[in-house]
Design a binder for this molecule. Sequence first.
Ligand code: NAD
Length: 328
Amino acid sequence: MTAKPVLVVGGAGYIGSHTCLHLSRKGFLPIVYDNLTNGHSEFVKWGPLEQGDIRDRARLDKVLAKHKPVAIMHFAALIEVGESVKEPVAFYENNVIGSLTLLSAAQAAGIKAFVFSSTCATYGLPQQVPMDETHPQAPINPYGRTKWIIEQALKDYDAYTGFRSAILRYFNAAGADFEGRIGEWHTPETHAIPLAIEAALGRRQGFKVFGTDYDTRDGTCVRDYIHVMDLADAHVRALQHLLDGGGSVELNLGTGTGTTVKELLETIIRVSGKDFAVEQTDRRPGDSPALVANNAKAFEVLGWQPRCTLDEIIDTAWRWHSSSNMHD
Ligand code: NAD
């Protein structure tokens, strides 16, 4: 049986490339569409690369006509919250105009299944923890708002044109391919696990903890770290759900377990066997005290449950960062 083509937009990035790996295992052919601003051609290993921008409608139409994908997975975005505060226009142009252009091209091409990378940042400050999908959405930065806007567009497209989609709200993606072929590679890196691992490897001077006076069990922020291959698994299940005729869904993807920054650092030191300097500094504006998913709905709709432990997340990330110089 020939593999069914799926257009993976932003597939040269961190989560998109791991999803391509899983798609190829599950009998799909991932066609990566990426402008490579933050992606890496080295990560495109399981299907062809079509270089292009999501704001380029003519290029999108050409690629869709060439490959005739059965579905689109949309990972392409600018993702750094701090940058979004400094450069909101770039975020609106890329994440909103780009996504709307992609959606128009998808509709014109008759795409029947669309999977969208959203984020727990659309919830804003937590009113309760863990958060389920009915938690009010009030993003507190331009990044979160650009994602929220596309969620609203997708809901209207479904309600009034029957265009079906899966909105997947990730918590903190982490870890790497178990075989170490690809991993987390953001420039600049702002995520806690790679930053702490780089400190453990001596590539960075120590690790900064922002805020130790939060109302949490040890005063540091609580986050829900989900293995990137568990995310990839949820994406392929959501895709299959839509291809089988299932209705549009919005789902949290997290483990349901919160980890404080202190607990995270202890785990990294234990798993890596390397200690490093930790500096405690003031809170960072815009950081939520706790973000933890209630993931019951993803289990109910997709039969999905995360499998990897925090130790496995750290172990796979550690092996990727320590064995590869690619991301330096
Ligand atoms: P990433 O930066 O590694 O990947 C994004 C990819 O999109 C890159 O390859 C980049 O080159 C590409 N891209 C960006 N703008 C583009 C454009 N205009 N045209 C074509 N390609 C473009 O980021 P990631 O960590 O893999 O995140 C993927 C998605 O998941 C993003 O939409 C992000 O908002 C969402 N998300 C990530 C996390 C996380 O913890 N990393 C959490 C929640 C949501």
